[in-house]
Design a protein around this ligand. Structure first.
Ligand code: C5P
Length: 233
């Protein structure tokens, strides 16, 4: 049986957020944001090990105590210049444990609200899939293309469009091959698509938001609070 592993690229500077520290360390519900992300992955019974990929210059990780996350967590300081390079370097670090057929779940550090139900749905739906796939949500809003003056140049058809989320789950061997020489892709599915393969879209939901701007942090806090109160995951 193939095993499941996770890689969390966390070597970004979070420049769009505009804070002094990288956004993965911003306080969220009493912990650094990334703590919640890692806790969800480490708590998932199907995932055997979690590699967190930090920047070689990371100056924050050592300020916190991560022991509560348990023995599944592996920390590597091999982040690259792009997200894809950080993931590729993380996959390289995982080679002592992972076999080509094992599943790798790549999950953004900045998505702390991932639920156990969504992780299970992803693993279940892709268990026998020849390619792998990703959590995603059909686009609900009308899409506008802007011109240079921030005025509407066109209304775009949204039929068949989905917003890609993470985790994105692919076989270790294929993913390594796909990412080699694909430093510019913004997600793993993009690299897999470049091989001519078609990743499966597994329906997620909007609660798995990516913290990108300050308002997202408050929203993430409310979602996490709701989870602890209702424990509906
Ligand atoms: O910037 P963005 O939100 O798209 O980043 C997505 C994820 O990729 C974040 O978890 C970020 O820390 C990570 N990343 C990385 N290495 C980079 C750039 C981003 O690990 N060079």
């Amino acid at each position: 049986m193939p095993r499941h592993y996770a890689i969390v690229p966390a070597a970004g500077s979070g420049s769009r957020f505009g804070a002094e520290m990288p956004k993965q360390y911003l306080p969220l519900a009493g912990r650094p944001l990334i703590y919640h992300t890692l806790a969800a992955l480490c708590r998932c019974p199907r995932i055997d090990r979690v590699w967190v990929v930090l920047s070689p210059d990371d100056g924050w990780w050592g300020d916190y105590d991560w022991r509560e996350l348990g023995a599944k967590l592996e920390t590597v300081f091999c982040g690259g210049a792009t997200r894809a390079q950080s993931v590729a370097n993380g996959l390289n670090a995982a080679q002592t444990a992972a076999a080509d057929d094992d599943w790798m779940l790549v999950h953004d550090a900045a998505r702390p609200c991932i639920s156990q139900a969504m992780l299970a749905a992803l693993c279940d739906e892709l268990a026998d899939d020849p390619v792998g796939g990703l959590l995603a949500v059909p686009v609900a809003d009308t899409l506008k293309r802007a011109d240079g003056e921030q005025r509407v140049a066109a209304t775009e058809a949204r039929d068949g469009l989905w917003q890609a989320q993470t985790p994105q789950m692919f076989r270790y061997g294929v993913l390594r091959r796909a990412l080699a020489g694909q430093a510019g892709v913004t997600d793993e599915a993009g690299a897999i698509e470049a091989l001519g393969l078609k990743p499966k879209l597994v329906r997620g939901d909007a609660s798995n938001l990516k913290v990108t701007y300050p308002a997202d942090l408050r929203l993430a806090e409310l979602i996490l609070q709701g989870k602890t109160e209702g424990e509906s995951e």
